[in-house]
Design a protein around this ligand. Sequence first.
Ligand code: PHE
Ligand code: ZN
Length: 864
Amino acid sequence: METAHAAVTTRLSDYQPPAYLVDSVNLDVDIRDGVTTVTSELALRRNPEAAVSDTMSFNGEGLVIRSLALDGKVLEEGEYRYENGELRLSGLPEQATLISVVDIEPEKNTALEGLYMSNGMYCTQCEAQGFRHITFFPDRPDVLSRFCTTVRADKKRYPLLLSNGNPVEQGEEGERHWVTWEDPFPKPCYLFALVAGNLACLEDRFVTASGREVALRLYAEHRDLDKLDHAMASLKHAMRWDEQTYGREYDLDIYMIVAVSHFNMGAMENKGLNIFNTSCVLAHPATTTDAGFQRVESVVAHEYFHNWSGNRVTCRDWFQLSLKEGFTVFRDQMFSADMNSAAVQRVNDVDFLVNHQFPEDQGPMAHPVRPAEYQKIDNFYTLTIYEKGAEIVRMQYHLLGAESFRKATDLYFDRFDGQAVTCDDFVDCMEEVSGMDMGQFRRWYSQAGTPILSVTSEQSGDTYSLTFRQQTPPTPGQSDKQPLVIPVRLALLDKAGEPVALDDTGLRETVLILREQEQTFQFPVGQTVTPSLLRGFSAPVVLEFDYRADQLATLLAHDTDGYCRWSAAQRLYFAALDRLVTGHGKAEDEALKLAPVLEQVIERAGEDAAQAALLLTLPTEVALGDRHTPLDPSAIHSAHQQLKRALGRALQAQWLSLSENLLATELQMDGVAMGRRQLRNLALDYLAAGEHKEAARIAVELFELPLCMTEELGALRVLVHHRLPGAELALKQFAEKWKEEALVMDQWFSVQASVPGETTVESVAALLEHPAFDWKVPNRVRSVLGALAGNPSAFNTDEGYALFTRALATVDALNPQIAARIGNAAARLHKLESGRQRAFRTLLQGVNDKASPNLSEVLSRILG
Ligand code: PHE
Ligand code: ZN
């Protein structure tokens, strides 16, 4: 076996096509306890697109070579080199067949990449570079091959043997059996998958628009068979939607999804055989929250949509990751908007981007949507690639309009079907169809950071003018920034909140396309107006405008744009909170000022309870903290608590009636019912924050007789977060009731780790020692450490730093990818005041000295 090696930097500018292509792969995976033997036969052909060479290198990590043979001739040691994760062969002819036989040990694989075990089943994860842990292969997305895979295992323990494509042959040999699968579509090896296990199946069928019948098979552990209906319904909706919206049909006879408990990410789009984190596919009202249901719907759709945006047309190299991910996120967001409330969906998506991707853009890990370099590609499955990437596609959608955009995607899918391409190829199609010059627009892909758009207004006589200044702050390695194309959707609202005419044609909404650092626009408007800017969040920028409080109230009360209403509420909350943080306000006064505006929102809650809940939710402590440097987590925490308490009191009657009157008597799972539950949980939270004497009673009643997990968990959260009487008992009962349900127990862990306040560090320490805590299950690790990371007043303490860094090292020894993700929680290091910063820095440095390449890339960037 070869030895470990340090991370190296890979650069986009160094891209070279592979010297050889692999036309077909014949795999034989012989699974036995302890050791799995993988035999692969690769049909190699010199790449006509590459410079002529007779040398080829194949990736391979931790493979024990049993034998290598080239065109039937066994290679002796000395006839090949295998070091630093590379097998190099020289003197290759134009075409050749390479047969390798290697041993691997999936039972020992805790990193969960390549072939590994999860709760007694074997499964794979190959994106981005897991296939090299299974066999020798040019593990890069621009090598597309036809796969034929035979899986062999014990018949009794692994009755189910799956791989990509269609089963073509099977047989038995004593206690063992085998199945051969053929995938007719050439694919890069990151889309390879295999499963061997004993699983239950929910089966259904789907007839495509052109009349082909597809078998839909969803697999999970037997005990979870009753949790697959929602995923099945979501899958069928997604299949129909992609036909109607993009004209894309499914292309194989079988579509399979397998649920696994040990998984680093959400889910994986392997051709014909998706593998899902249980958290993204299992759903049942008794065990899954409403948010969980929505997540399942969107992730199932996301992976399904990849069949075209990712699989049929894939990425040339990993720098182009957003080509498939940004586009597919955009597709799943639009799907969810069509399935549910479009306005609520948009606000949720923007909220997520603004609260998670924007901070990434402001921190040490900031990178362009198409990065120029990386050490470990696993670290670049980021919010920037996914969510900002989706916003860039969305801007193109709006710039072209739905009809032209569809023509452009048709062209993209037709032209590049079966190929590995680039982000530029995608934009080329937009440009070609629309005739627009997208040259400047392309900077969105190469320039990192969130642009700040400062807007000022001026009224002079009958002319209202708006001046826009854009500027992108420097990011690591990129100090000079160019102006971007920024579409600003806009309306001007009169005193009554009605949009006024913007020109003499009576136009009431328009899109300004900014291209320069500074631009001014004039409108023939004589009256006082409130600008409704960036409607629908028309570009991923930070918008600065010095709104007066009455203007924000107008927007919140009257704007028809859901995003602008939400953004106005956020501005009001932030202004109040900022004053409390800096000691310039009193919580009771702030609450009194906010109360009348919020009352209006509550009065209208009947129109759309989910939207009301979004408008009434305070920004998080993390978001508030990001506005104040140096970060003083206790001041942030106290300001947040004070305002919440004061609002709890000022609107006590409203919270009480929402808590009681929104109660349903029978369970419904539609959007309206979900919105009402969300609003009621929020109301109960405010009621408890205001120390209302009824809060505990209502929470306990709800906890004891819930209609579904959203109610049960909502009640538990209120009891625990507000330390109400009954909280301890409820935690005990909950754990007893749900001890067999891992996904529910994840919630139990995270409810406790997210209680704001310094003392939570002690509970987190205890949770890490709990018998149900398992360092090898990413979901469980995230449920505690992820929650702690989002809990700044607990995280930013001496004990918090010590516990976090110790835990980080423990995770890193088992699973470097997860450690690196969790390590990102330290990204605000440079914002801490110097005492805290020094203490944390020393601890992080200690971990970094012994870290895996994955974790080390993240920590080194943070430590600077
Ligand atoms: N490609 C997957 C998705 O977004 C994510 C993923 C990446 C899963 C890497 C596993 C490993 O759909
Ligand atoms: Zn994806």
